[in-house]
Design a protein around this ligand. Sequence first.
Ligand code: PGA
Ligand code: ZN
Length: 436
Amino acid sequence: MGSYFNFFINYSHVRMKISSIQAQEILASGGYPTIEVIATLEDGAQGRASVPYGASAGTHEATVMTDGDMTRWNGKGMLRAIDNITQKIVPVVVGMDAYDQRKLDQEMIRLDGTPNKASLGGNAILAVSVAVANAAARSKKTELFAHIIDTYQTGVSLHTLPQPMVVAIEGGKHADETTDLQEYCFSAVRKNTSVVENVRMIMETYHQLAKVLKENKLSTNVGNEGAFAPNGIPSNEAPFGYMLEAIKRSGYKAGEEIGFSIDAAASEFYAAGKYDLKVEKRQLTAAELITYYESWLAKYPIATIEDMLAEDDWENWTKLKVIADKYKVPLIGDDLTVTNVDRLQRAIDSNAISAILIKLNQIGTLTETVDCCMLANRHGLMTTTSHRGGGETNDATMVDVAVAVGSAFIKVGPTRGERVAKYNRLMEIERIVNNK
Ligand code: PGA
Ligand code: ZN
């Protein structure tokens, strides 16, 4: 550790060829395969990547290519995407300069030739993109976040690091028979508190939440993201009450130290112009839903809201943004914007969001991810870099990206190895940056 200070060496005139790429299936957190790639450079430096995928993926995301061969993995194998790496990507990228990540990514985008990476698979392209970035950082003997800052000249100072946005209760597609909304998170909202302290405070509160749920005769079994997923929760509003009680019992101040972030993932309960709240046995129009949300903004210490409306319900996003602005609550686009500069630009032009969720696999290369974050930064939009619900891995690259682009938060679940790997990396980065 501490090698981050090599960041100050100027590598702009140095080249380092990619000498080999190896790709294989590994298991992701949901028990189905994903792709792992190991990239080796001519100096022997190696980098690894294993790519995640979502459970409630947006329609406009880059393609996650699966085999569809029902004799293996219920059709969810990834050998086709891996073949694309070995047969099509490797012949083009081996010999390319690993220090020129933009050129590498552009070459893979060109080779694919589709707007959503449908021909090679976003999963295939991203695995190579990220493995090479990790190898290049190793080769430069620097930290990945420093390599990203250097490569893209992001201008991020590292004085403030991303803070934890921890999923506490999950529902929607991430669990059975619970809330219609997908995520209720504890977010660190106090300024100038260390990541380590914020992680501790929030996790203490998460453990208090277990007690509160039990007292309310709700189970503390966990869902896809390692957050509580209680069956039989009485309404979509009920989690706020439990979470407020947990914050109080932990001795922290709601709104001043710990706030709430909600991700409705509303595309999942939207059909034919209505939002179907099954838990509450009612179907609402967008206008009615916005009124319902506004009652929460007025009552609870809400720090951010995300995907509160469906992914193509543009005009209602603009209406909700007016309300969110009134309460000074950032409105985050996720399925709406899918880490895509074109969709982000449309959201900026139509005044639909004030913040954006960032997921590398939504777009499929490191370069496009960073470009999206830079566009957000130029327009004063906050970024939150996020894990995936369906198939996560122990790869913590998303954390280094969050640091390198100056994200305000990382959104990750509270328990399970593939989740805590992200918080552990963020805490490690805090120690590296503070030279401890
Ligand atoms: P997903 O959910 O990874 O299952 O799409 C995470 C989110 O919507 O933020
Ligand atoms: Zn989301």
